[in-house]
Design a protein around this ligand. Structure first.
Ligand SMILES: CC(=O)/C=C/C=C(C)/C=C/C1=C(C)CCCC1(C)C
Ligand SMILES: CC(/C=C/C=O)=C\C=C\C=O
Ligand SMILES: [Fe+2]
Length: 551
């Protein structure tokens, strides 16, 4: 461990501390804050801790970025491993207004891109705004012009509203604000994405400049897709939900091409497709989730925001998992599973259940699918309005866990199971923004890196390394800070799954912010560098190895 002098951070095991849920560990201030808490859903919140930590107005996580563009060399404390050569790119909402109009929800914010360039122990950083049509129009007109996640542009009169509805059917009024993630395609092109198909925008990873819209040169159409495609060196796979004839089409785009091709289609069991922010892929199968938080055409057409925005919660409609063969597009099974709510699938893989379990001449295969599961409570989506996120003392963070689905193929099962893969107390019962070692995607794996909770809090505020084998977690916490997606980069030549580093950006309650590099194995801090100011929260990133190629 290098000689780092920091007053606040710490690494710990919650179960050694007998967990942050133990209320006797609350300070007097925290205990008095408990009285002011608003409990939205007593059935769920009853189990949650009784106060949230002090949130200082200095925290920039939920505020519009201080400057639209910045870059500079970082003063590093500690030591960045010299093998770490490449660029971490991160996307996320970071500009929460159009003219005087403040956006209501975290997911509405215009995309702010961040780049961290690591070269032989040195670090340069920068951020810039993605020049989407939605952002440019807001800047030039001083108002919002496109439908974002939670907010709809205001119309002066009836005719404008009719025009807007017609435009929505064609997709022209949906946002292209690609604020959710950034991916590196197998051919090296870097693309920012959101859930609207038109919100696929290519950028130059060297300088974060916007190159232009990524055009899908096929006739598959589709207005929306998953925010998180599956991407490897060979292909890009995504799901296109069909709202008119409820189902999903799985498509694949070969690296180097702009043409998506249909793999297969599956009909939904419920009245509309379940929201598909992400999905999972094993070596041979695509796991298509159908959760009871469903897209709603009715809410889509509304001018005013609905309870769950463009989605609706239909718990009676049930939850399902469809398993599609990656090669043939055939749906090999569809099982009913307990109701669930997730943004992010973590990983999925196949296991042969035993040589003696041959059924109809086929081995019995078990599919294991892990996600950050919010205890089947969609309220988490409402907790991400900016008002809630900025509020003090606010509402307690709802519980989340590593939800593990087990789905058996070829044995006639009609149901799949869902349970916690590790005791949630290990990561403070908060969980999201997961990454894993990219070499273990679609394979049996052991470690998850994610944001967890050091309670009391109203949003995930720690970093956690979960060991699925030992069913334990190591946690990193900086009081008053909000860390973002812990991004794992494996060491070249590594054998152990956790041999690598974890990169995260933290915004601090004093208005500052810093970059941290943790050891992927013992989760201690290797290096840190102060940013000139704390950045907005941000969402997902990708790694561009080595020197960024010329485009
Ligand atoms: C930031 C994030 O994680 C998710 C963003 C999701 C967005 C912008 C979704 C937008 C949508 C519309 C504008 C209309 C159609 C429905 C839906 C895909 C939810
Ligand atoms: C920030 C988030 C989802 C982001 C989608 O891309 C979920 C956070 C959940 C908190 O518990
Ligand atoms: Fe996401």
């Amino acid at each position: 461990m290098p000689n780092l002098v920091h007053s606040k951070p710490c690494v710990f095991y919650y179960h050694h501390l007998r967990n942050s849920k133990i209320s006797s560990s609350l300070s007097a201030t925290a205990a008095s804050q408990a009285q002011q808490l608003t409990v939205e859903d007593p059935a769920v919140d009853a189990a949650a801790p009784q106060a949230v930590e002090q949130r200082y107005p200095g925290l920039n996580s939920w505020k519009t970025v201080k400057k639209e563009e910045w870059e500079g060399e970082m003063q590093v404390q500690g030591a960045i491993p010299t093998w770490l050569n490449g660029t971490y790119l991160r996307n996320g909402p970071g500009y929460f207004k159009a003219g005087d109009h403040e956006f209501p929800h975290l997911f509405d914010g215009y995309s702010t891109l961040v780049r961290l360039n690591f070269e032989n122990g040195k670090l340069t950083a920068g951020h810039a705004q993605l020049q989407s049509d939605a952002y440019k129009a807001a800047k030039s007109s001083g108002k919002m012009n496109f439908r974002e996640f939670a907010v709809v542009p205001k119309h002066a009169n009836f005719f404008q509203r009719i025009g807007e509805l017609a435009g929505m059917a064609m997709g022209t009024t949906l946002t292209d604000n690609a604020n959710t993630g950034v991916i590196r395609l197998g051919d090296g092109r870097v693309v920012c994405l959101t859930e609207t198909v038109k919100g696929s925008i290519q950028i130059d990873p060297r300088n974060l400049k916007t190159i232009g819209r990524f055009i899908y040169e096929d006739n598959l159409g589709g207005l929306i897709h998953a925010a998180h495609p599956y991407v490897d060196e060979k292909e890009f796979i995504t799901l296109l939900p069909d709202l008119l004839n409820p189902g999903y089409t799985a498509v694949s785009m070969v690296a180097g091409s702009n043409k998506r091709k249909i793999i297969g289609r599956v009909n939904c069991n419920g009245p509309a497709p379940g929201w598909v922010h992400s999905f999972a892929v094993t070596e041979n199968y695509i796991v298509i989730p159908e959760m009871p938080l469903r897209y709603s055409v009715r809410n889509l057409l509304k001018a005013e925001p609905a309870e769950y925005f463009k989605l609706e919660w239909l718990p009676e409609s049930g939850a399902w998992m469809h398993i599609m063969d990656r090669k043939t597009g055939k749906v090999v099974t569809c099982v009913e599973v307990p109701n669930f709510v997730t943004f992010h699938f973590i990983n999925a893989y196949e296991e042969i259940t035993g040589a003696d379990e041959l059924l109809h001449g086929k081995p019995c295969i078990r599919i294991i699918v892990d996600c950050c599961e919010h205890e089947a409570n969609p309220v988490i989506l409402k907790r991400m309005t900016l008002e809630e996120l900025r509020s003090y003392p606010g509402k307690v963070l709802l519980d989340a866990r590593v939800g593990r689905f087990t789905i058996t193929l070829h044995d006639g099962s009609t149901k799949g199971s869902l349970e916690a893969a590790v005791p949630p107390v290990e990561h403070g019962a908060g969980l999201d923004m997961n990454t894993i070692n990219p070499r273990y995607v679609s394979r049996k794996y052991r470690y998850i890196y994610a944001c967890g909770a050091h309670r009391p809090c109203n949003f995930p505020n720690s970093l956690t390394k979960i060991d699925l084998e030992e069913k334990t977690a190591k946690n990193w916490y900086h009081p008053g800070g909000i860390p973002t997606e812990p991004f794992f980069v494996p060491r070249p030549g590594a054998v152990a799954e956790d041999d690598g580093v974890v990169i995260s950006l933290v915004s601090d309650d004093n208005g500052g912010g810093f970059i941290i590099v943790l050891n992927g194995s013992d989760f201690t801090e290797l290096a840190r560098a102060d940013l000139p100011y704390g950045l907005p929260y941000g969402l997902h990133g990708c790694w561009v190895p080595g020197q960024v190629p010329q485009i």
